[in-house]
Design a binder for this molecule. Structure first.
Ligand SMILES: [Zn+2]
Length: 342
């Protein structure tokens, strides 16, 4: 923890060093993003069968995620994102959903997974059934979080299957789920916040957790690994992890008070990469890189850098393909991260 004086020095230095350069860069970046978004907005009108990974705006050229189009027994097509690094692990199935392939309409169009934002519950349940079938499971196997930006992690098993989907949730304030039981489908929800996936191939255990800015400052990734170590003996060194689709630094403007939490926790005055985390934009506004913060949390907790896959897809850069709270000004459904041990 640093003092207020250190914070001020850091911020002053940022202003001096970065203000002119960064503001110019931001203007350039924003122009490019706007052009990309306009080009990409047309893709929502494409047939689901025609959507490919190339229809997503990406932040770099890394081949991190693939889009698989799952054809269900009904003939419906559900396109889902999958991390290539997690696909290599035959002991699990996982996905990150898109807006495509569901039944919901209007602002929930179409694969909304929230029962509590005003959508028709029957349609939401059918959306869950579609995702479950696409990954080789059933809706009654799913266990959901009750996300309130805590760092609470709950161990679940077969007894909890169906919670939050086919039956009521008996718990509140759970942002992370862990299990070592096969066929228990963990599910967490997003519309800009960061999904964290953890697989321990040694102890055959998994974890899935929700990390918004509060969860990131409070090191949700580390808390999930601590819970996996306590319950299953997981060593961070063995873990394969992924940081899922969520808001990128270019889209995520924050105010001074939020920035100060990150200066306290992540940026140091002698850190040459501090601007990887916070870019000063002027007028007390910063651009925050939640992806890099969560990566650092994992590395600090002992996960090997080569074992971490980081998204290059931003929810806010792809508002027609993914739900984004910022891009939609709150008028949106929920995306989901799902994972289970086979
Ligand atoms: Zn973005």
């Amino acid at each position: 923890m640093k003092t207020d004086i250190d914070k001020n020095i850091k911020i002053d230095e940022n202003i001096k060093k970065e203000k002119n350069i960064k503001i110019d860069e931001n203007i350039k970046k924003e122009k490019n993003i706007k052009m990309d978004k306009n080009m990409q907005a047309e893709n929502i009108h494409k047939n689901v069968d025609e959507i490919t990974i190339n229809d997503f705006v990406t932040k770099n050229d890394k081949d991190v995620l693939e889009l698989k189009k799952h054809v269900l027994s009904s003939g419906s097509v559900v396109p889902l994102l999958h991390f290539r690094k997690l696909n290599e692990l035959s002991m699990i199935e996982h996905c990150f959903t898109t807006r495509l392939g569901g039944l919901s309409t209007g602002m929930f169009d179409s694969l909304n997974l929230s029962f509590t934002r005003g959508d028709d519950e029957e349609k939401v349940l059918e959306n869950y059934k579609r995702v479950a079938e696409a990954i080789g499971a059933e809706a009654g196997q799913i266990v959901t979080t009750d996300q309130t930006h805590t760092t609470n992690v709950l161990r679940v098993g077969k007894k909890q299957c169906g919670i939050g989907v086919t039956r009521k949730r008996p718990y509140t304030d759970v942002d992370g789920l862990i299990t070592n039981e096969p066929n228990v489908v963990l599910a967490t929800f997003y519309a800009d916040c960061v999904p964290l996936y953890f697989v321990d191939p040694v102890h055959r255990a998994i974890g899935l957790s929700h990390s918004g800015w509060r969860g990131t400052v409070n090191r949700m990734g580390k808390e999930t690994l601590i819970a996996m170590n306590r319950e299953f003996g997981t060593e961070a060194h063995d873990v394969i992890a992924a940081i899922g689709p969520s808001i990128c630094q270019d889209c995520y403007e924050i105010s001074q008070d939020v920035a100060e939490h990150f200066v306290d926790e992540f940026a140091t005055t002698d850190d040459p990469h501090a601007s990887d985390i916070l870019l000063y934009k002027g007028a007390g506004k910063y651009q925050l890189n939640l992806w890099e913060c969560n990566r650092r949390v994992m590395v600090e907790a002992g996960v090997q850098e080569d074992n971490i896959a980081m998204t290059n897809i931003c929810t806010c850069c792809n508002p027609s393909l993914l739900f984004s709270h910022r891009a939609s000004h709150g008028k949106r459904g929920n995306l989901g991260a799902f994972m289970f041990l086979k």
